[in-house]
Design a protein around this ligand. Structure first.
Ligand SMILES: NC(=O)C1=CN([C@@H]2O[C@H](COP(=O)(O)OP(=O)(O)OC[C@H]3O[C@@H](n4cnc5c(N)ncnc54)[C@H](OP(=O)(O)O)[C@@H]3O)[C@@H](O)[C@H]2O)C=CC1
Ligand SMILES: O=C(O)C1=N[C@H](C(=O)O)C[C@H](O)C1
Length: 266
C-alpha cells in the first residue's frame, strides 16, 4: 500500500520540493497539503506550481491529517509544535526538518515520540549525515591543540542562526571531545574580545543571495588546518532524505529517530 504523506508548509521552498518528491515516488501518495492559517495559497491545488492538478488543495485545517501515515514538516517552530499536537491526536507519524527550536520545543517533540514515531533532523541530506561520522573521528583525533570553528552560509531569506546543521555539527564535535555544546559554544565576537579561549567552539554565520546551504568545520592547529565541508547545490537532497525517512517510519508506532538512524549510520 502507498505511504500516505501529508506536507506542512506546502507552498514553502522545501514544501514544494516535498510535493514534487512525493509525486515522483511510486510508492507514496499525497494525502494532504497544509499551510499557515491566513496564507494566500489556501485553496490552491498543491501541485499548481508544477502546472498540474492533483485534487489535493492546500488548507490550514489540521483535521486533514486524519488518515495520513506521516506528516513531513518544514515550517517554523511554532507551526511544527502545533502540528506535533495534532499528529499525536490523530496517530500520524512525523518527519520534522524545521530548525530554530528552543529547549522546550525540542523537549516537546521528544515527549511526543512516546506516542508517535518521529524523525527529527536538522539536515536530511546524505552528505551532511556522512560529515557527522567524519567529525566524530576528527573531533576525537584533534581533541588537543586544534581550535574548532563552524562557518555556515545560507540564502538571504533564512530566519534562524546559526543554522540547525551548524549547531548539530558543533554538538557532534563537542560530544566527541567530551564536552557539551552549551559550555563550549561562542556565537559572536566583537570589539576587544581577548585571546581565543582554548576548548571553545566558535560559530560564524553568513547570509546572502540564494545560497542553499554551505557548512565548514575547521580544526585550526599550529602549522596546519583541517577543514571538513559540505555544500548543497539543490534542495532535492533534503526532499529525497525526507522520502527515505517516510519509508523508514512505515509501520513504526512510536520512537524518536534522526537521519543517522534512517541512513543506517548510527
Ligand atoms: N532539515 C533539513 O534538511 C532542512 C531544514 N530546513 C528548515 O525548514 C524550515 C523551512 O524552510 P523553507 O522551506 O526554506 O522556508 P519557507 O519560508 O520557504 O517555507 C516555510 C513554510 O511554512 C509556512 N509556515 C510558516 N509559519 C507557519 C506556521 N506557524 N504554521 C504553519 N505553516 C507555517 C510558510 O508559510 P508562509 O510563507 O505563508 O509564512 C511556508 O509555506 C526552516 O526551519 C529551515 O531551516 C530547510 C531545508 C532543509
Ligand atoms: O533554511 C535553510 O535553507 C536550511 N536550513 C537547515 C539548517 O538550518 O541547517 C538545513 C539546510 O542547511 C538549509
Amino acid at each position: 500500500m502507498a505511504i500516505r504523506i501529508a506536507i506542512a508548509g506546502a507552498s514553502g521552498r522545501m514544501g514544494r520540493m516535498l510535493v514534487e518528491a512525493t509525486l515522483a515516488a511510486t510508492d507514496c501518495e499525497l494525502h494532504a497539503a497544509l499551510d499557515r492559517p491566513g496564507s494566500d495559497t489556501l485553496g490552491l491545488d498543491a501541485t499548481a506550481f508544477l502546472g498540474k492538478q492533483s485534487g489535493v488543495l492546500i488548507g490550514a485545517d489540521l483535521t486533514a491529517l486524519e488518515g495520513a501515515d506521516v506528516l513531513i514538516d518544514f515550517t517554523r517552530p511554532e507551526g511544527t509544535l502545533a502540528h506535533v499536537a495534532a499528529c499525536r491526536a490523530y496517530g500520524v507519524n512525523m518527519i520534522i526538518g524545521t530548525t530554530g527550536f528552543d529547549e522546550a520545543g525540542s523537549a516537546a517533540i521528544r515527549e511526543a515520540a512516546a506516542d508517535i514515531a518521529i524523525v527529527h533532523a536538522y539536515n536530511m541530506s546524505v552528505g551532511v549525515n556522512l560529515l557527522i561520522k567524519l567529525l566524530e573521528v576528527a573531533g576525537k583525533a584533534l581533541n588537543v591543540g586544534y581550535d574548532v570553528e563552524v562557518v555556515e552560509m545560507h540564502h538571504r531569506l533564512k530566519v534562524d542562526a546559526p543554522s540547525g546543521t551548524a549547531l548539530m555539527l558543533g554538538e557532534t564535535v563537542a560530544t566527541a571531545q567530551g564536552r557539551t555544546l552549551k559550555e563550549a559554544a561562542v556565537y559572536a565576537r566583537e570589539g576587544i574580545t581577548g585571546e581565543r579561549e582554548p576548548g571553545t567552539i566558535g560559530f560564524a554565520t553568513l547570509r546572502g543571495g540564494d545560497v542553499i546551504g554551505d557548512h565548514t568545520v575547521m580544526f585550526a592547529g599550529l602549522g596546519e588546518r583541517i577543514e571538513i565541508s559540505h555544500k548543497a547545490s539543490n534542495r532535492t537532497i533534503y526532499a529525497q532524505g525526507s522520502i527515505r525517512a517516510a519509508h523508514f517510519l512505515a509501520g513504526k508506532q512510536s520512537g524518536f529517530f534522526d537521519m543517522q538512524d534512517v541512513l543506517g549510520l548510527r
